[in-house]
Design a protein around this ligand. Structure first.
Ligand code: ZN
Length: 141
C-alpha cells in the first residue's frame, strides 16, 4: 500500500523552551494546514514521556524519564485519524551517561531546545483506522 505525492514543501523551525514537544509540533501542523507529511528533528528535552507497545496485551506501556535528555533523533509522520490531524512520532533520547532510550512519543515532554523540519505532502493524506489484528490505528486506503 503506497501513495504518491507529486509536490511537497518544507517547513523548518524551532520550538520554544518549555513548550510541549508533541503539542508544539501539532500547533505547527495546524498553523500550516499540514495533513500529510514527514517530521524530523533534533534537540533536547527537560524530561520525556514515551511508550512502548506491549504486543501481547496490545496496550501501550508508558514511562516518564525525569531527566535532561538529548533528542538524538525524532522521526514521524502526519496523517488523519478520526477526522483530525494525527502526528505519530518516535524518538531516540540520550542520557547523561550517553546511553540511549527510545519509543513512541507522548505529550508530557517539555522542550529545552528543539529544531525540526516537516516535509509537507500536498495531496490526499492517509487515514488511520482501527486494526483488530494489531490493536493499532493503521493507515488504510
Ligand atoms: Zn508509535
Amino acid at each position: 500500500m503506497l501513495r504518491r505525492y507529486a509536490t511537497a514543501r518544507v517547513v523548518q523551525g524551532r520550538l520554544k523552551k518549555g513548550e510541549d514537544l508533541i503539542e508544539g509540533l501539532q500547533a505547527v501542523m495546524k498553523e500550516h494546514n499540514i495533513t500529510a507529511g514527514v517530521v524530523t528533528g533534533i534537540g533536547a528535552v527537560s524530561s520525556a514521556r514515551i511508550a512502548c507497545l506491549n504486543q501481547q496485551t496490545k496496550q501501550y506501556e508508558e514511562k516518564v524519564f525525569q531527566e535532561a535528555l538529548e533528542v538524538v533523533s525524532l522521526r514521524g509522520n502526519v496523517s488523519l485519524k478520526e477526522g483530525s490531524v494525527f502526528v505519530h512520532l518516535h524518538v531516540a533520547l540520550s542520557r547523561a551517561d550517553f546511553s540511549v532510550v527510545g519509543g513512541h512519543l507522548l505529550s508530557g515532554s517539555p522542550v529545552y531546545a528543539f529544531e525540526f523540519e516537516i516535509l509537507c505532502l500536498e495531496g490526499e493524506p492517509f487515514t488511520r483506522h482501527f486494526d483488530e489484528e494489531t490493536g493499532l490505528f493503521l493507515w488504510k486506503e
